[in-house]
Design a protein around this ligand. Structure first.
Ligand code: PLP
Length: 258
């Protein structure tokens, strides 16, 4: 896929390496500060760079700067990039909703899937992983905002879901993921993060302790708050790669632009 240098320059400027290095330093600094405020060790938060819409040449630059794990929302886009950059040791995570017929692709290239929200997908993934003789880390997506347009299990469905998961041993459950309400109003966003943490804490009391520790929550606009609420993984795209042009409606169904 040829990429027009002018459009690259328009989006990433004349020195993408400096842009990404600066952004990364800033994001890491903010993570560190948020951890300090919350009385948590810095190493307790993993920064997962989200690379959707970012083209291969820029991701190669990011890799050279040390970003060796990337998250993508769409399977097709992730797969194309994983194939194009098979020469690099990148660990790929799929963070967006999966349709069963795409399980085959995910089983091939992804090391982690953060949007598990149905037993149908769990079964399809497990079968494909068996065929590939692979395993995958999974996070269970929980709908903490109550919005009908968001994917994810309702909080009160999660316990039964976890009980059923051992039937698919190629999946390694690690914890939970959520997309908070998209709102500039922190007072409405924070409860989504609190809900995921308290759900995990509640369920940790029932399963062997520490089995499902991960909380993937927080994006460019709200990761500091998510860290205060206990995030162990933050998914940051625009904070690292700069503003995404166009609408995100393709990636987030139900998103109301503006
Ligand atoms: C795009 C995306 C992100 C990152 O959003 P930014 O605003 O770029 O930080 C996080 N999680 C999911 C599921 C995404 O699709």
């Amino acid at each position: 896929m040829a990429i027009d240098p002018d459009s690259l320059r328009e989006r990433f400027g004349s020195d993408p390496e400096a842009l990404i290095a600066d952004n990364l330093a800033e994001v890491r600094g903010r993570i560190e500060a948020a951890c300090a405020r919350a009385g948590r060790p810095t190493g307790s938060v993993r920064l997962l760079p989200i690379s959707k819409t970012v083209p291969e040449p820029v991701l190669r630059i990011a890799y050279a700067l040390g970003l060796d794990e990337l998250g993508e929302n769409k399977v097709q886009e992730a797969k194309a990039k994983a194939e194009a950059m098979a020469d690099l040791a990148i660990r790929w995570t799929v963070v967006g909703h999966l349709q069963r017929n795409k399980a085959k692709e995910v089983a091939r290239f992804a090391s982690e899937f953060q949007a598990l929200d149905s037993l149908g997908v769990a079964k399809a993934l497990h079968e494909r992983l068996l065929a590939e003789d692979r395993e995958i880390d999974v996070l269970i997506q929980v709908n903490t905002s109550g919005e009908a347009t968001k994917f994810g299990l309702a909080p009160d469905e999660v316990e039964a879901f976890l009980d059923a998961l051992p039937a698919y041993p190629r999946l390694r459950p690690r914890g939970f993921m959520t997309l908070a309400l998209f709102s500039p109003d922190a007072a409405r966003v924070r409860p989504c993060f609190e809900r995921l943490r308290s759900l995990r804490d509640h369920l940790s009391g029932q399963t062997p302790a520490g089995l499902l520790p991960e909380l993937s929550m927080g994006m460019s606009g709200d990761y500091k708050m998510a860290i205060e609420e206990g995030a162990t993984v933050v998914r940051v795209g625009q904070g690292i790669f700069g503003r995404r042009p166009g609408s995100d409606a393709h990636y987030w169904p139900g998103l109301i632009p503006g």
